[in-house]
Design a protein around this ligand. Structure first.
Ligand code: AMP
Ligand code: MG
Length: 538
């Protein structure tokens, strides 16, 4: 069968096997007209993607294709572009948009829903794994509110590349199969300042076991649709948490505890790699503890816990880097409120929220120990060391990613004047001339303490470097790199999107000839839109 397939290049697309449990097991909106409205007593609305003019595949992720049982040859066909632009449905696809609500920037926003995402169906692969396919930007749905249901190339490149980059970094995330141009233009007022512009339209096909969000439960709690809430929770447990067993009050509690744990783990990952989501609204929180909805996200360049890439959040900084763990907890508390009617006990839900804090603290310490190359986190010495490191990183503009890679290369026995000791770190400083005598002294002191701590463990330098370099990436999707890829793509040259996809497949490995993608942000990008600040407009 396989041999036959490749000999004749029979497209495997038509052979994808769909099992659409979400639409089968949960109630649908009986109204099938595609117009904006409130949808109660339903988990989704059936809706068709809007056909587009000239689909053209810009990039695809071969690993995601493989998960589905598709080859690279399949992804290079015209049919692939047609299907993942929403122009052609494969046998077994049943497109729908999900109903959900959410808290946006701390305020209850009511019904939100898939305003520009259309789920196509659940592929079951030959390993019996279930993967929901979802087009983002495939046209309006009943949940589009005032939006057009479309997405532009700019934001689609960002979502496509970052999903895959995060996966290869080892951070739980939804995946991206494809990035397809629609051949149509979309109007966007990028900075909401009355200067709308035409931009190329594009569609990303996202792939995940489930796209259920915290807000998916909140909307039913808010509408007092308790039976429906129970139905959705039961479905979610049976489908995505089968190891918990048949739903019961006890299982609901275990389920919530697991969500608290995986969310804590996710936050530790974000803090490890310097990722700032930018819009941690409860509708953007996956029930699976995966990173979801890549909008105005950013990568920490200069280490600054107060940094947020999202211009909409510049005032309150609710979603800034250092706030993320706390916000995740706040979001979990909202989820607890939403599912409370099924449980009617406060205490065990509180305990899970407590568990979030415990898991976060424990894992964060282990993660910091690994970043620094220690065998274990030793609270007696490391608490203080890590606290001082945070201060040291903030003395002058310091690139977090480069700093840790340079740290790994230090000789544990180095003992020299401050000047010499901090020399290898220079690459991490945006403006080394900002280093005063005092700050050099402080950095030098920290380095001396750090190296003493390293010697305590007694790992050989090479071994320590290898361990550190396995958790401290060399290559991340720097904000300006994504922007360079977008600029090029907008001229019709998609080579940089594909090159970055390739480099970011091995983020921890030194790659000869690709060093420029590990460079710190150039000066021109400091204040350029898309590089240091982003809006939600996408
Ligand atoms: P986000 O902040 O991107 O997660 O979006 C919040 C809500 O707005 C979600 O319900 C989205 O589906 C919806 N939305 C965002 N952009 C658009 C758009 N262009 N058209 C329709 N709905 C949108
Ligand atoms: Mg969203």
């Amino acid at each position: 069968m396989k041999a036959n397939r490749s000999e004749n290049f029979v497209n495997s697309l038509d052979m994808l096997s769909f099992d659409n449990s979400f639409v089968r097991e949960l109630p649908a909106d009986p109204d099938t007209r595609n117009r904006v409205r409130q949808v109660s007593q339903a988990c989704y609305s059936l809706v068709q993607p809007t056909p587009v003019a000239r689909p053209q595949t810009v990039a695809y992720a071969r690993e995601v294709a493989e998960l589905l049982g598709l080859s690279s040859a399949d992804c290079e066909t015209e049919q692939f572009a047609q299907v993942f632009a929403g122009n052609q449905l494969l046998p077994g696809m049943e497109p729908f948009a999900m109903c959900y609500g959410g808290h946006q920037f701390g305020n209850w926003a009511g019904q939100l829903g898939d305003g520009r995402a259309i789920n196509l169906g659940e592929v079951v692969n030959d390993r019996s794994q279930r993967w929901m396919l979802q087009l983002k930007g495939a046209g309006p749905t009943p949940y589009s509110r005032r939006g057009d249901g479309l997405a532009v190339l700019r934001s689609s490149v960002r979502e496509f590349l970052c999903s895959e980059a995060m996966h290869h970094l080892g951070v739980p995330t939804t995946r991206a199969l494809s990035l397809v141009l629609t051949g149509e233009q979309v109007t966007r007022d990028m900075f909401y300042d009355g200067h709308p512009k035409l931009e190329p339209g594009a569609i990303v096909c996202r792939v995940a076991p489930s796209f259920i969000r915290f807000g998916s439960f909140q909307v039913h709690g808010w509408r007092n649709e308790i039976d429906l809430l129970r139905q959705l929770v039961n479905y979610c447990i049976r489908t995505d948490f089968p190891h918990l067993g048949e739903p019961s009050t006890e299982v609901y509690l275990q389920w919530f505890a697991e969500i608290c744990r995986t969310t804590a783990e996710l936050m530790v990952h974000w803090m490890r790699v310097g990722f700032v989501h930018g819009v941690m609204n409860t509708d953007n929180m996956s029930i699976l503890g995966q990173t979801i909805d890549y909008g105005p996200y950013g990568w920490l360049e200069d280490y600054d816990p107060r940094w947020t890439p999202n211009t909409t959040d510049a005032q309150g900084r609710r979603y800034s880097f250092g706030q993320q763990p706390q916000i995740a907890l706040w979001n979990l508390a909202q989820l607890a409120n939403a599912i409370y009617p099924l449980i009617e006990q406060t205490e065990p839900l509180q305990q899970s929220l407590q568990l979030y804090g415990d898991v976060y603290q424990h894992d964060w310490r282990q993660m910091m120990a690994r970043k620094l190359g220690f065998e274990q986190f030793d609270p007696a010495s490391d608490e203080e060391l890590v606290k001082e490191l945070e201060q040291v990183l903030m003395l002058v503009e310091t690139d977090m990613t480069i700093f840790y890679r340079q740290l790994a290369a230090l000789d544990a026995d180095a003992d020299a004047a401050d000047e010499v000791l901090i020399e290898p770190l220079h690459e991490a400083y945006y403006q080394p001339e900002q280093l005063t005598r005092e700050s050099r002294g402080r950095i030098g002191r920290w380095l001396r303490n750090y190296l003493a701590r390293v010697r305590q463990d007694g790992l050989p330098d090479l071994e320590r470097a290898a361990r550190m370099n396995a958790v401290n990436p060399k290559y991340v999707l720097r904000n300006y790199l994504a922007q360079l890829a977008i600029d090029k793509s907008e001229t019709g040259d998609h080579s940089l999107v594909n090159e970055l996809l390739e480099v970011l497949r091995r983020p921890y490995t030194e790659q000869t000839g690709k060093e420029q993608y590990a460079d710190k942000r150039p000066e021109w990008a400091r204040d350029r839109a898309g590089c240091s600040m982003l809006s939600c407009s996408s």
